[in-house]
Design a protein around this ligand. Structure first.
Ligand code: NAD
Ligand code: IPM
Ligand code: MN
Length: 345
């Protein structure tokens, strides 16, 4: 019989609230013969306040033993900015070599978006996950003085760029439209930009069926809003991908619907699935958080582990749920209950 051994990191703020709904829908969608085991990890702001720890080695090792990780959100206003984001979330992405940060966008029905009525919007951002300005390669001189100098160096290796570009070409090649857009800023960031463009062009030669395109990131933000249909697969660096995917979420139905997967394609380490959004301290504890992004992240998790019919059931339930919405405001719990009922086998 099949099994699913899941690590769960609810984290901070609404992370706790939305993960509870994600697990509810997961138990509801899984067939009886699948043995689901979950282990919850107490990591995040509370743990840091109590012990000063963000992600001890023992827990990192322990997390490695699971099929996948489900994460809510990390970050809290009572903790200095960056401590948990770097010490926990980015540490996991780097340690488990999550070099493909997969962030799909579809236009959802019946949501408040300037793009309503354009159902052909269906693209996926392949965001590089282990390099760029996220590596912590920087520092500050004369800190706190009027002469302070801060650097935050973007690290781009041929190895790191090629592997994520190849992954994006494979994805584009397996989709009906077979189109891949590289987004960068090679008119200004000439070293990293040219590395990306040269590798992109070299790999493109191996994929004659894939139509390729290049956009500077500033222009890409225009087309995300005015011509989102032009995108199929997008490949971009860590920081550009971060910014573009919040924009993509906002224009395709809202940040409460945007799912993501931090994928280690080689399978050496567990992949980690989480909503694109953060811990939303402004609404934490109010029941206003939309758990759909987490529930859709559970669908990505299931697909990654080979539970394709269950992933599709969740995605279809979300579409049906949104289509049937009558404008009544629902709580986090009510949305989770509705989706759990829809996916029940
Ligand atoms: P955020 O995504 O938490 O919130 C931005 C806005 O979107 C807020 O108004 C919030 O209420 C709203 N929002 C977010 N998720 C929602 C949901 N599910 N339903 C309804 N509304 C939702 O971004 P922020 O305010 O920039 O960051 C807050 C904290 O979260 C920071 O500490 C940040 O570092 C962290 N963060 C963590 C992650 C992560 O864990 N992957 C992602 C982004 C931000
Ligand atoms: C995200 C978040 C993270 C990122 C932060 C919290 C480190 O914004 O997952 O999009 O920048 O990748
Ligand atoms: Mn982000």
């Amino acid at each position: 019989s099949r099994s699913l051994n899941l690590a769960v990191i609810p984290g901070d703020g609404i992370g706790q609230e939305v993960v509870a709904q994600g697990l509810k829908v997961l138990s509801s969608v899984l067939p009886q013969d699948v043995k689901l085991e979950t282990r919850e990890y107490d990591l995040g702001a509370q743990r840091w306040h109590r012990t000063g720890e963000t992600l001890p080695d023992a827990e990192l090792t322990d997390l490695k033993g699971h099929d996948a990780i489900l994460l809510g959100a990390i970050g809290d206003p009572t903790v200095p900015s960056g401590v948990l984001e770097r010490g926990l979330l980015l540490k996991l992405r780097f340690a488990f070599d999550h070099y493909v940060n997969l962030r799909p966008s579809k236009l959802f029905p019946n949501t408040a978006t300037p793009l309503a009525g354009r159902p052909e919007i269906d693209f996926v951002v392949v965001r590089e996950g282990t390099e760029g300005p996220y590596t912590g390669n920087g520092g500050s001189l004369r800190t706190g003085t009027p002469a302070e100098v801060a650097t935050e160096v973007s690290v781009n290796t041929a190895y790191g760029v090629e592997r994520v570009v190849r992954d994006a070409f494979e994805r584009a090649n397996s989709r009906p439209r077979k189109k891949l857009t590289l987004v960068h800023k090679n008119n200004v960031l000439v070293y990293a930009g040219h590395l990306w463009k040269n590798i992109f062009d070299a790999v493109a030669a191996e994929y004659p069926d894939v139509t390729t395109d290049y956009l500077h990131v500033d222009a890409a933000t225009i087309f995300f809003v005015t011509q989102p249909e032009r995108f199929d697969v997008i490949v971009t660096d860590n920081l550009f991908g971060d910014i573009l995917t919040d924009l993509a979420a906002a224009v395709t139905g809202g940040i409460g619907l945007a799912a993501s997967g931090n994928i280690n394609p080689t399978g050496t380490f567990p992949s980690m699935f989480e909503p694109v959004h953060g811990s939303a301290p402004d609404i934490a504890g109010t029941g206003k958080a939309d758990p759909t992004a987490t529930i859709l992240s559970v669908a990505l998790l299931l697909r990654h582990l080979g539970f394709e019919p269950e992933a599709v059931r969740i995605e279809e339930a979300v579409t049906a749920d949104l289509a049937g919405r009558d404008g009544t405001v629902r709580t986090t719990d009510e949305i989770g209950d509705a989706l759990a009922a829809r996916v029940a086998g």
